[in-house]
Design a protein around this ligand. Structure first.
Ligand code: SF4
Length: 443
């Protein structure tokens, strides 16, 4: 049987799709296209209304494929599957199954059962078994691999439905993560991204409080990962700021393979809005943490997530967000216009900020970001940086690109020794508003 998986949403979903594909291939399925497959799986996202509408539109559209191939099995998994369950089967009569986020280990048997009896199914009861069953990878991975180290979240930010659709936070064992990392490295992976809704809560066994200073199982995991021979770089996303304690900062500083780029979701610079979001820090404590990390690692770069137009956000709140973003000097930022999600607490609040105002605030932050990035890139001209080679540039086949530990992409002309997944030094010779160009230095 051939299978095809279409993925919506975040890196966690991409990672889940890779593991689901690996489980199917282990059971004898082979990858196909949307047109010629016998199993079509939609791994969906629920974080924004637009993501759900897009997935439903696509699933509705492929109804015609079922008319051509009555044996075709169509399933939905991921956050939308968990959120809507049975409702999806009713809404989409050509759908065969709905598989929740805590039941993904059931994919292969479920498909086999449906192929045998053609009965439609919904399985959304969470199960801890999912945790250790999600370690499969592509048989031929690239230089970059991803490992999910936790599932779920305990933070309950008021705008977010992740704790409801992905369940409470659970961590994998360190041994299974290290074994998976070693397996990836043996297959040629050079950089590993550790994923979790709040990676810094790794190993806290469901404790809902941030760890005390001096204690961080996540830091211990990074230290052990750092010792894996052949692995060149380690990245992670995303840590909740209050969990980024002194122990973790020390690991970031001392582990030579851990990249010096931190994605630290801010969401708002207004304490009043942070409180309404149930984010348990203040603008001041966020800035203090950034200063602490920067003091330990001066070259560190920061990226973030921000929501504009949260219920009740006044112009003055927005200006505080703008100010803190400029103070931190984020090198990258993902700005989202607030939209209420059914099931999340903030959906009970009036969506008070008009769309044009949200759009305007969004644009102001993006313009600030563009200007900041331009200044930052210009400051790198003349510097020599180390990059991990990623291959031919997407926009110019005559050039290659590589990424610094701080996550800047540099384009350059390759030499005969260029190999994907190796570290090389490049001198930055040219800069434009969004890109760095350089000269590859001899080895
Ligand atoms: S930390 Fe907050 S925003 Fe992030 S997944 Fe958990 S509840 Fe959602």
């Amino acid at each position: 049987m051939k299978y095809f998986i279409r993925t919506y949403g975040c890196q966690m979903n991409e990672r889940d799709s890779e593991a689901l594909g690996a489980a199917l291939e282990k059971a004898g399925f082979i990858p196909g296209t949307e047109e010629d497959s016998d199993l079509l799986l939609f791994n969906t996202c629920s974080v924004r209304d637009a993501a759900e509408r897009k997935a439903k539109g696509k699933i509705g559209y492929i109804r015609k494929l079922k008319q051509k191939n009555p044996n075709l099995i169509i399933g939905v998994t991921g956050c939308m599957a968990q959120r809507l369950g049975e409702e999806l089967l009713q809404e989409l009569p050509h759908l065969d199954f709905v598989l929740g986020t805590g039941q993904m280990q059931r994919l292969v048997p479920l498909v086999q059962e449906i192929a045998a009896d053609r009965k439609r199914r919904v399985e959304t009861e969470p199960s801890a078994e999912v945790l250790e069953s999600m370690g499969g990878h592509d048989s031929n991975p690239s230089w970059h691999g991803q490992i999910a180290i936790t599932r779920g979240c305990n933070r309950f930010c008021s705008y977010c439905i992740v704790p409801y659709v992905r369940g409470r936070e659970i961590s994998r064992t360190k041994d299974s993560i290290i074994a998976e990392a070693k397996e990836l490295v043996a297959k040629g992976v050079k950089e590993i991204m550790l994923l979790g809704q709040n990676v810094a809560a790794y190993g806290l066994n469901g404790d809902t409080r941030p760890p005390a200073d001096g204690h961080s199982p996540f830091a211990e995991l990074l230290e052990e990962m750092n010792e894996i021979p052949g692995l060149l770089r380690i990245r992670f996303t995303s840590p909740y700021v209050s969990y980024f304690n002194d122990r973790l900062i020390a690991a970031l500083k001392n582990c030579s393979k851990v990249c010096h780029n931190v994605h630290l979701p801010l969401q708002s610079g207004s304490d009043r809005i942070l409180k309404a979001m149930n984010r348990q820090y203040t603008a001041e404590s966020y800035l203090a943490k950034v200063a602490e990390i920067r003091a330990a690692i001066p070259e560190v770069t920061f990226s973030t997530d921000v929501i504009v137009g949260f219920p009740g956000e006044e112009e003055s709140d927005f200006l505080m967000t703008r100010e803190i973003m400029n103070k931190v000097g984020f090198e990258q930022a993902f700005v989202f216009k607030y939209s209420p999600r059914p099931g999340a607490k903030s959906a009970l609040l009036a969506d008070s900020v008009p769309d044009p105002v949200k759009e305007e605030r969004n644009q102001i932050l993006l313009d600030d970001l563009k200007e900041r990035i331009g200044r930052k890139l210009a400051s790198l001209k003349g510097e020599t940086v180390e990059v991990l080679l990623e291959g031919v540039s997407a926009r110019n086949a005559a050039r290659w690109s590589g990424r610094t530990s701080t996550s800047f992409v540099v384009h350059f002309e390759p030499d005969e020794k260029c190999a994907v997944g190796t570290l090389r030094k490049v001198q930055i010779t040219q800069v434009n508003a969004v890109s760095l160009f350089g000269k590859l230095l001899a080895e």
